[in-house]
Design a binder for this molecule. Structure first.
Ligand code: SF4
Length: 501
């Protein structure tokens, strides 16, 4: 698959590395994990895995069962009897992944990772990116540790296995305290489901209840699909332990990873693009924030037709900018403009992973394979295209060309994020800085507009972006891919390699 697109049809968007899910206290653990992963398919489409824990009878020990493969959730868990005969158990964790370059063909990299060590069975699934994993990995390799994957997550398992602490929870705590960067983790042991989140809380992680059982997921859409009730988020720097006593008492055990205080810097891109609008992340509705992004953008960069008798229409780039576009239209009309929300771009939902590339002339305009225009809607209109982000710029340019072919009078481009200038080291995959159009144009917005071929272009400023996202006292957002200000230091080797790439 081309790096510029994924199987959901999103082209030239940053990739989220993963979704995690965990459940404890129900005989339907595997099937419910499947639903939880299905609802979070947008966070990773290249592979999926589930590990279940089947409690032993009498003297028999707990057994772990694993199933994982490449593909979409619907494909990976098709086998008949998989949930009843293979993935037996009353607790489970699951993971959807997006693979980074070079690791795509290695099945061993599909999470959760499960091993047996001196403390029993243990499995881990991780969303995020560990910023010091290369240093830890090198140290562990120097001491003789053999790695089976190229994933940063594997270091957590090795750190747990090598811990000299007596109690398993202390081994896990020690391992998690040693890693840095972004992690929302679920861990399955013989007796418990454990969830942990880094001190900055970059990635979302929520706890819910389903009858007597507990569920944990990256996004709350995973709870909605099974009618689980959202309880709260795992707090930055917190470890939550869910075991039999939790099911009996209805409460979880909460520990701190270590003495370091939490320093929340949630990923603001989760609101802009990654999370589903029907999710609640960082304690807030994504839909609400996304509408506000659109409203603030309309205020900062209004569009008024040069000729007042011309009709102004605003179109979304389906599906990720749908909600923000509504906010843009609403605010335009509230502030003296006269805009109409129109569906001017139609996205094909049926372009699959094995899509055969069309003939050369069509391939040159790749967006044509994903989008088509409704000509009657665009012809002779002043058109505003609202998108959530621009990465390389190639897709946006092709999209503009496509819209222009429908004969509009003017085409304006509005973006509900600031220009992406820098790489993400906390779990999102952007192309190298030199490939980012904003970086290539040295942050010159007018130049980006000329590259795209539009009459005008407007990005949301970092200030307006921050003003769109609610926050409690002491809470902040990471804006590093726009500002270059990284809230958590990056491993020197990673930093050098990726910034220079
Ligand atoms: S760098 Fe950007 S994508 Fe990465 S965590 Fe920060 S805001 Fe999110």
């Amino acid at each position: 698959m081309n790096h510029e697109e994924d199987s959901t049809g999103a082209i030239d968007k940053p990739r989220c590395h993963c979704a995690v899910f965990g459940i404890f206290g129900t005989p339907e653990a595997a099937q419910l994990t499947y639903y939880g992963l299905m609802a979070q398919q947008h966070r990773g489409q290249e592979g999926s895995g589930i590990v279940t824990a089947e409690p032993g009878n009498g003297a028999a020990k707990t057994r772990f069962h694993v199933h994982k493969d490449f593909g979409l959730v619907d494909d990976v868990y098709r086998r008949e009897g998989l949930f009843t005969e293979v993935l037996r158990g009353t607790a489970a964790i699951g993971h959807n992944r997006y693979s980074t370059a070079g690791a795509a063909d290695n099945k061993a990299n599909i999470q959760p990772f499960a091993v047996m060590y001196k403390g029993g069975n243990i499995a881990v699934a991780h969303n995020g990116n560990l910023t010091n994993f290369r240093t830890i990995r090198r140290e562990l390799q120097d001491q003789g540790t053999i790695f089976q994957t190229t994933s940063d997550t594997e270091v957590i398992l090795h750190l747990i296995a090598r811990s000299r602490r007596e109690r398993q929870i202390d081994q896990i705590r020690e391992a998690i305290a040693a890693v840095r960067g972004a992690f929302s983790i679920v861990i399955l042991t013989d007796t418990a489901l454990i969830a942990a989140r880094d001190h900055a809380g970059f990635r979302p992680l929520a706890i819910g209840k389903l009858g007597g059982a507990f569920v944990v997921a990256s996004e709350t859409v995973a709870f909605d699909i099974m009618d689980a009730e959202y309880v709260r988020d795992v707090a930055p720097g917190e470890i939550v332990v869910i075991d039999r006593s939790s099911v009996e008492s209805g409460t979880v055990t909460s520990l701190r990873i270590d003495e370091r205080p939490a320093s929340p810097h949630h990923c603001i891109f989760e609101y802009i693009y990654f999370s589903r609008p029907d999710s609640r992340i960082f304690g807030h509705s994504v839909d609400k924030v996304r509408r506000k992004l659109g409203k603030n953008l309309a205020r900062a960069h209004p569009v008024r037709p040069r000729d007042p008798s011309d009709k102004l229409i605003v179109i979304n780039v389906p599906d990720s900018s749908n909600t923000a576009t509504m906010g843009y239209v609403q605010e335009t009309n509230k502030t003296g403009g006269k805009a109409k929300l129109e569906i001017g771009l139609i996205r094909s939902h049926y372009i699959g992973r094995t899509f055969i590339q069309p003939r050369q002339e069509v391939r040159e305009n790749k967006v044509k394979t994903k989008f088509n225009t409704v000509r009657g809607v665009l012809k002779d209109r002043v058109v505003v295209i609202v998108d959530d982000s621009i990465v390389r710029g190639t897709t946006s340019r092709q999209l503009v060309q496509l819209v222009k072919q429908a004969g509009p009078k003017e085409v304006h481009f509005r973006v509900t994020s600031p220009p992406i200038m820098y790489p993400c080291h906390y779990g999102m995959d952007f192309p190298t800085p030199s490939e980012l159009v904003a970086n290539r144009c040295g942050g010159d917005i007018e130049k980006i507009g000329s590259e795209l071929g539009v009459d005008s272009i407007g990005y949301l400023s970092i200030e307006d972006l921050l003003a769109s996202a609610p926050r409690e006292e002491g809470e902040n957002y990471c804006t590093a891919c726009f500002s270059g200000r990284y809230p958590v230091p990056i491993d020197a080797t990673v930093s050098k390699e990726e910034h220079e790439a």
